[in-house]
Design a protein around this ligand. Structure first.
Ligand code: FAD
Length: 415
């Protein structure tokens, strides 16, 4: 599709949505560049593994060249699986089963997915460029300014700079997210010890949310088993791209109230690990083992926030996607999927406008009108789930931890 003339798109943030949009637009022949604050692609662990639902998978299928989409599926975990809600001793309260159709739900390694999303964008992703503001003017219409004092001209600017977005206050002034009472301490642990999986067969394809005896505390874990090894699959499909090692792992998160995290623990990996050890003491031995074997350099503290619905888009031809505009607590696995859905939708709207010769302002407005309702439905669902599963209301907590587990057999006996 050769539709590019003097039209260009600048994206702030090389996360899931920014890279996905770049793939979409590049395939359509549009001049697109991505500006990322980090100094290089993999300086930070970004969230370990991610469950892709039909929206996320559909967005990737639409945006990526077919071999790269297949690479995401090939290196991912097997389709389907379950999400189990249990008490602190891993006795089931209830379970949600996912369809095991290849394109229905997939767990993929996040670093592998980012590497796939970067493939083919050579020279279009610029690191060490922290976006700071958008100005009207410049030969193309807008200027994206950076914290280092530099700037680039672009016809359209997209803020995909994540939960701490530097552009949000300017582009959607009424949409500053609200903090929630909960935070997560996340890390990952090796799945295999001396050739034996630490996760018992009964939980092989399950994500588990274990709810503590006291309200306001829970533990999540899930194992990530690579399908085809990323190194072998990348060598075949995308030689030259960075391929993660592909060692299977368990991703886990201890979800606790914000006030339980001592001041100064953020960024102090040892303090975070000590906290996780201390606050997981009342859980099943499997959970305590996961915490004890957590890899220190993968430990992060993630405060949960809830996006606020924007009512005014302040800069024409500038818009936002993903967590930057609709962050949600990680309950229900919708944040990344919604971000990818935004990217494919915005890409489609921009490309359609370029092909039909209609104003790109209209395309952006149509994207915003469609995105806000589905994204804020997801925000509401995630916030509601968080409240029900970790809130202080006595009755739901009692049902989840005392009543329902008595109705089920023991899934993981304690040794
Ligand atoms: C532990 C955990 C597990 C999760 N699991 C799931 C899951 O299973 N399923 C799911 O759908 N979602 C999941 N999520 C949510 C998901 O990770 C996010 O919703 C998703 O990454 C949002 O994508 P994004 O493109 O908006 O932002 P991000 O992927 O966060 O990318 C933002 C990028 O912008 C860069 N940046 C920041 N500031 C600037 C700046 N000023 N200028 C330029 N660049 C900047 C950042 O460095 C980053 O690279 C999970 C989140 C966490 C924390």
């Amino acid at each position: 599709m050769g539709i590019s003339t003097d039209f260009s798109v600048a994206i702030a943030g090389a996360g899931l949505s920014g890279l996905c949009l770049a793939q979409y637009l590049m395939r359509a022949g549009i001049d697109v560049h991505v500006y990322e604050r980090d100094q290089s692609p993999f300086v930070r662990q970004q969230g370990y593994r991610i469950i892709l639902d039909r929206y996320g998978l559909e967005a990737l299928r639409e945006s990526l060249p077919r071999p790269l989409y297949r690479l995401a599926l090939a290196t991912g975990d097997e389709p389907g699986g379950r999400l189990r809600f249990t008490d602190s001793r891993l006795r089931d309260a209830f379970t949600i089963a996912f369809k095991d159709e290849p394109d229905a739900t997939r767990q993929v390694d996040r670093a592998t997915l980012r590497s796939i999303l970067m493939t083919g964008l050579d020279g279009r992703v610029h690191y060490g460029r922290a976006a700071a503001a958008v100005d009207d003017g410049g030969p193309a219409g807008l200027r994206l300014r950076f914290a280092d004092g530099g700037a680039v001209a672009a016809s359209v600017v997209v803020g995909a700079d994540g939960v701490g977005s530097a552009l949000r206050a300017q582009l959607v002034p009424d949409a500053d997210p609200e903090s929630t009472p909960m935070v997560g301490v996340y890390a990952r642990s090796p799945l295999w010890h001396d050739g034996v999986s630490v996760i018992p067969e009964a939980l092989r394809t399950s994500g588990v949310l274990s709810i503590a005896d006291r309200p306001g505390r829970a533990f999540f874990f899930t194992s990530m088993r690579f399908g085809e090894s990323p190194r072998a699959a990348f060598a075949r499909v995308a030689p030259g791209s960075y391929a993660p090692t592909g060692d299977d792992y368990v991703m886990w998160g201890l979800l606790v109230r914000r006030e339980e995290v001592p001041a100064g623990a953020r960024g102090d990996l040892l303090a975070l690990r000590d906290l996780a050890v201390r606050l997981s003491a009342g859980f099943h031995p499997l959970i305590r083992l996961l915490v004890a074997t957590g890899e220190l350099d993968t430990t992060v503290l993630n405060p949960f926030a809830t996006g606020r619905r924007p009512h005014r888009w302040a800069v024409p031809r500038a818009t936002m996607m993903g967590d930057a505009v609709h962050v949600m607590p990680p309950f229900g696995a919708q944040g990344g999927n919604t971000a990818l859905r935004d990217a494919a939708l915005l890409g489609r709207r921009i490309v359609d406008a370029r092909v039909s010769g209609t104003p790109v302002e209209d395309a952006i407005a149509a994207y915003q009108d469609e995105m806000v309702p589905y994204a804020f439905r997801a925000v509401g669902t995630a916030a509601g789930l968080m409240r029900r599963l970790t809130g202080g209301a006595a009755a739901p907590h009692w049902v989840l931890t005392r009543v329902l587990p008595r109705l089920h057999r023991v899934t993981v006996p304690e040794a």
